[in-house]
Each structure stands twice: as C-alpha cells, then as structure tokens.
Write a protein that binds this ligand. Structure first.
Ligand SMILES: NC(=O)c1ccc[n+]([C@@H]2O[C@H](COP(=O)([O-])OP(=O)(O)OC[C@H]3O[C@@H](n4cnc5c(N)ncnc54)[C@H](O)[C@@H]3O)[C@@H](O)[C@H]2O)c1
Length: 311
C-alpha cells in the first residue's frame, strides 16, 4: 500500500513498485494529491479515502504486506495557520496506519520523514544521530512524533520500519515548495519577484527519482527492525542562486524584493545539508545535479499549468 500515492512523492513510489512487479493499493483522499498522478495499471487499486477513517483503512489493509506511508500534511511553510492539521494528518493518521497494519498482520513500513526534524542543527552536514532537542515547526514536531510511533511499534509489535528523512525534493509532479512559489509569482507578475528572507538561505535538494531509488536501495539492502536514513544531495543551493536559475529558465528579468531576515518564515531552517554517508555506503548516489532538478521541475510546471492552486 502507498498512502499518499496520489501525491508528488507517493505517485513515484507507486510507479517504481509497479515497475518491480508488485501489486499496489494507493490510499489517498486527494486533499493535495491529483488523480492524474496515480499510475494507470491493472495491478493498481485506487482507494479514495481518508486515513482518519480507521474502519475503511482496516478494511483496505487486508492482504497488504508492505506500506509506504507517504501521506501527510506536507506544508511546512504555513503550518502555524492550522496547527491541528499536522497533529491529525501526520500523527493521528500515522497511528491509524500502524494500527491497521497490526490488525492485518502487515509488519513492514517505510515512512516519509524530513530533514527538518534536526531544526537548526549545529552540525553540518547533519548525520542521523545528531541531537535535535528543539523543534522549530509544528510540521517537524509531528514528524518526530510519527517517527516515535514507528520505532515503538517496531520494538513492541515486531514491525520493521524504514524512516527516511528527506531534504526538499524536486522533479515531475512537484506541486509545492520554493520553485513552485517562484514560478507561480512570476507567472502572475514577471516584473517583480518577492523572495522570503534575505536570499542567503542555503539548502540541499534531491530529485524525486533519486529519492525513490534511495528508498528502494535501503529497503533491499538493510536488515534490522529500525533503519533511519538521511536522503539528500551532497551539494546545496542558495535561494539567490535558485532565483537566477529560475529567472533564466523562464526568460524573465524581475526586480527582486526581499522580505528580509535570515529565515523565510517562522520555523524555516536557513541552512540544511544532511550527511548521507549511511545511504551512499549502500551503493546509492544521486544521478541528477540540483540545478538539473530545478530546471526539470520548472519544465514540468510549465507543461502542467493546471497544477497551479487558485488560493
Ligand atoms: N516534498 C518534499 O520536499 C518533502 C520533503 C520532506 C518530507 N516530505 C514528506 O513526504 C511525503 C510526501 O510529500 P509530497 O511532497 O508528495 O506531498 P503531497 O502533498 O504531494 O502528497 C501527500 C499526499 O497525501 C494525501 N493525503 C494527505 N492527507 C491524507 C489523509 N488524511 N488521507 C489520505 N490521503 C491523504 C494527499 O492527498 C497527497 O496525495 C509527506 O509525508 C511529506 O511530509 C516531503
């Protein structure tokens, strides 16, 4: 089962599983996902439902042996607007998935966590065992709580859990994040671009295809009850440099206006670079540069203007 299989990352996971010959159940309520992202294949069953509906989830979990739990409220920037959303969608929903698995006898789960759990780490690149005593966003807090649920189910009920802490991902079917925000603003007004913060934030990004390949490598090659992996690039990119790539690719020359301050929003970590030694030691490495990934993301957005939200 792929929860969130109608979303950006989950739909690529579903593609990869089908390519490996698996039968796949996509469970998605399409709150942010899109029906056209779900692969069309006889071996895929689409369940349009909410993870908060435990009865439905219990029913659909029957016969499932492995869960990729990708569904979440993935919106880190606006999480303070509706704090409850992260708690319900990211913690309660995860508990529901684990309970449904327990009832159905499914015991293996891969989980989409985030590099944001490290907050503003003093250690860069940040390894998996770095301390994270202070949470800077409700989104990351909810992911830490969900990780805790996974690890305690692994120990308490003999589950095997793979926890993947992603940097920001890029690539086809991308519908949220800074490239989306800049693209959307420039489509509306190519003469002016508002940049949140001072443009000096520097972060690592990863292509979604590389991310899915890394997850599959870790699942194939690692044994043990609890496996935690950072997934990211060894490279990172300043927001200002990202703006340059985007402006060039869109062939516009806007006036750049900074909102100021080191952070783009409350809880934004100005520097994110994860230590990926653990996953690269299994033989995986990124195939695409960050610049290539930004350009490919823009090309996807330009070819699919319907993904633009109307809010
Ligand atoms: N995109 C990134 O850069 C990034 C970085 C780090 C972690 N993550 C995590 O990766 C996962 C996937 O993110 P994404 O970028 O694909 O986001 P997304 O919004 O594109 O996908 C999330 C999917 O989950 C579905 N969903 C949400 N709540 C649901 C519910 N209650 N019941 C059923 N379906 C529900 C949505 O409809 C959507 O299809 C999330 O857990 C996110 O927190 C993403």
């Amino acid at each position: 089962m792929v929860t969130g299989g109608g979303g950006f990352i989950g739909s690529h996971v579903a593609d990869s599983l089908l390519a490996q010959g698996a039968r796949v159940t996509v469970f998605d309520n399409f709150s942010t996902g899109r029906r056209e992202f779900v692969p069309r294949d006889d071996r895929l069953r689409l369940v349009e439902a909410d993870l908060l509906d435990q009865k439905k989830l219990d029913l659909e979990m029957r016969g499932v042996d492995f869960v990729f739990h990708m569904a979440a409220n993935a919106d880190i920037k606006d999480n303070l607007k509706e704090p409850r959303k992260c708690i319900d969608q990211n913690i309660v929903a995860t508990q529901n998935v684990l309970e449904a698995m327990r009832a159905a006898g499914a015991r293996e789960i891969a989980f989409a966590s985030t590099g944001s759990v490290y907050g503003e780490s003093a250690i860069l690149p940040t390894p998996e065992d770095a301390p994270f005593p202070v949470q800077t966003s409700i989104y990351a807090t909810s992911k830490v709580a969900a990780e805790g649920l996974l690890t305690s189910y692994a120990l308490g009920f003999d589950f095997r859990a793979w926890i993947f802490r992603f940097v920001s991902l890029l690539g086809p079917r991308y519908t949220h994040g800074h490239v989306y925000d800049f693209w959307r603003k420039l489509r509306r007004d190519p003469s002016r671009l508002e940049v949140l913060g001072n443009g000096q934030q520097q972060k690592s990004y990863l292509h979604v295809g590389d991310c899915v390949a890394a997850m599959m490598t870790a699942i194939d090659k690692s044994r043990g009850a609890i496996q935690i992996y950072n997934l990211g690039h060894t490279d990172w990119l300043k927001v200002d440099d990202s703006v340059k790539i985007i402006v060039r690719a869109m062939d516009v020359s806007p006036q750049i206006v900074y909102t100021g301050g080191e952070r783009g929003w409350v809880g934004d970590s100005p520097r994110i670079l994860l230590d990926t030694t653990r996953i690269t030691s299994l033989g995986w490495k990124p195939t695409k540069s960050i610049e290539e990934s930004v350009v490919e993301t823009l090309a996807f957005l330009e070819a699919h203007p319907a993904v633009e939200r109307r809010d």
